[in-house]
Ligand binder design. Structure first.
Ligand code: AHR
Length: 530
């Protein structure tokens, strides 16, 4: 066959892979405000602060800085964090928590002892601990979410932390909190039973059977102390060649089916081979994993005895792009994990968020890892801060995507990936029929919000957006994240990638046509007349 024939055959094939879509056609997104997947939980917009690198010290907390307030919180960082509408913040780790003893971080600062921190090879001064963290959450309007040490810690230590935080008065640790100057209990609702206990890198790593036994007993003591806790069990984070994540998840779900509220899954992706199309498809693997775990939960819930508690949900407890700052040198010390992000990373984050919305009936929590400096949307130095590219999709979703997630029909061209590694320590993937348009939508207070990533690197995609349960009332407001180059990044004083308001789109009837620019995220928002 001649080369030109091969190329045109490839072109036709590419544009036929989504089934009905043929070259030259207009893509279609159809929605119906009655066709609902589930309620979008505000906790999809959670985040994570770990004692790692400059996330806490030199990130959110920098008492010596002229940019900080009386609590030592960096004011510029705090304002940027507020802009993300962070619903809850997970703390203090991460791998760190598996060698953390919470008592080290409370009480008079001059009596707190420094410790060798083994997870990230640093000295932990313990200057910042539970009370400072809760104060930070209150300052940014987020709910605290604490993670207990299931590695080197005991179930008794976990129980005592709950007592310190949540019991009003009487027992020793409640009184200790009061003595430390905090008369009112914090009523911390969300607690995770350890971190990544499936990873051999974790201090005190356990096998699935031993972890579930320890987690079950910890849960018992913690709930006897504070009955209304929402508990999150460690699900799979280890997808390395020797791992068996399905065995781990099935064991945890089966053994903890009566007790825990969420199973936590972790996933980091990257683009080490510089293959844009492979990279842009990676959030779909998160959705594959969601489907597998959903099936396990469904099966276990048939036999569960949960009283009035709703079924177990999935928490995507850590997710992000992380591959550049992942060498031995860049994973240690005060400058660990300082990843700088570009436009394609922001589009991948939008893909994750679209995936969470599309699975809103089972994914009820997601925490971007992490908040500041360490693989983070906010980057700070002594002189100031800037918003990384990934800040902007997170902000758009957190501010706009609420209410009911809609079940869409998306008809558009698609592509196939090569076989590729998802990231360091990860498994391989090969995906077929990856739609160029990645879409989710919500319906709330009479307004529809549609988020569209056009994964095509070079072409805009003209699309009819069709409302099947009414008409567009007026105009659609359009926000866009894009740049000329997919490698465009931000820096101090340079915002190459950010959200831009485009002219409103006038609507009439039930169909509007919009051309989604190449390699972009577009959000359309407007009222529907039913
Ligand atoms: O977020 C960085 C690290 O990634 C966390 O400490 C750990 O839980 C995960 O492996």
């Amino acid at each position: 066959m001649k080369k030109s024939a091969l190329i045109s055959f490839g072109f036709i094939f590419l544009f036929c892979t989504s089934g009905t879509f043929l070259s030259g056609q207009t893509a279609r997104i159809k929605f119906d405000t009655d066709r609902i997947i589930g309620e979008v939980d505000k906790n999809l917009y959670g985040n994570f602060v770990e004692h790692l690198g400059r996330c806490v010290y030199g990130g959110i907390y920098d008492p010596g800085s002229p940019l900080s307030d009386a609590n030592g919180f960096r004011k510029d960082v705090l304002e940027a964090v507020k802009g993300l509408n962070v619903s809850l913040i997970r703390y203090p780790g991460g791998n760190f928590v598996s060698n953390y003893h919470w008592l080290d971080g409370v009480g008079p600062k001059n009596e707190r002892v420094p410790r060798m921190e083994l997870a990230w090879a640093r000295l932990e001064t313990n200057e910042f601990g539970t009370n400072e963290f809760i104060k930070y959450c209150r300052a940014v309007g987020s709910e605290p979410y604490l993670s207990v040490n299931m590695g080197t810690g005991t179930i008794e230590e976990a129980q005592r932390w709950v007592e310190y935080c949540n019991v009003k008065d009487g027992p020793y640790y409640a009184e200790l909190r009061k003595k430390h100057g905090f008369p009112d209990p914090y009523n911390v609702k969300y607690w995770s039973l350890g971190n990544e206990m499936d990873g051999e890198w974790q201090m005190g790593h356990l096998n699935a059977e031993d972890y579930s036994k320890k987690a079950l007993e910890a849960a018992k003591l913690m709930r006897l102390t504070s009955p209304d806790l929402r508990l999150i069990a460690t699900g799979s984070s280890n997808y390395g060649p020797a791992a068996n994540p399905d065995h781990w998840n099935r064991t945890i779900i089966t053994n903890l089916k009566n007790v825990v509220d969420y199973i936590a899954l972790h996933m980091y992706v990257g683009n080490p081979d510089n293959n844009y199309y492979n990279f842009l498809s990676t959030p779909l693997v998160m959705e594959q994993r969601t489907r597998i775990v959903r099936g396990m939960i469904d099966e276990a819930m048939q036999k569960a005895d949960r009283g009035n508690r709703p079924p177990m949900y999935i928490a995507w407890d850590e997710y992000n792009v992380w591959y550049r700052a992942r060498t031995t040198e860049t994973m240690q010390g005060t400058r660990a994990l300082e990843e700088k992000y570009n436009l394609e990373d922001a589009l991948v984050i939008a893909g994750f968020l679209n995936g969470f919305i599309r699975n809103a009936d089972i994914v009820k929590m997601a925490n971007m890892a992490q908040l500041v400096n360490v693989i983070a949307p906010v980057f700070a130095e002594e002189k100031g801060m800037f918003r990384q590219t990934i800040y902007f999709p997170l902000e758009l979703f957190a501010k706009n995507m609420h209410g009911k997630s809609l079940d869409l029909l998306v008809d558009c061209p698609s592509y196939n990936t090569e076989e590729f590694y998802l990231g360091l320590g990860e498994s391989k993937a090969k995906l077929s029929n990856v739609p160029y348009l990645d879409v989710s939508a919500t319906y709330n207070n009479g307004e529809v919000v549609i988020c569209v990533v056009n994964r095509h690197k070079d072409n805009a995609i003209k699309t009819d957006i069709i409302c099947q349960s009414g008409e567009f009332a007026d105009v659609l407001r359009i926000s866009e994240i894009n740049a000329a180059d997919v490698k465009a990044a931000n820096d101090f004083g340079v915002e190459n990638v950010k959200t831009v308001q485009k002219p409103d789109l006038k609507t009439r009837g039930n169909t509007v046509t919009y051309s989604f620019p190449a390699h972009s995220l577009t959000m359309l928002r407007g009222k529907i007349k039913l």
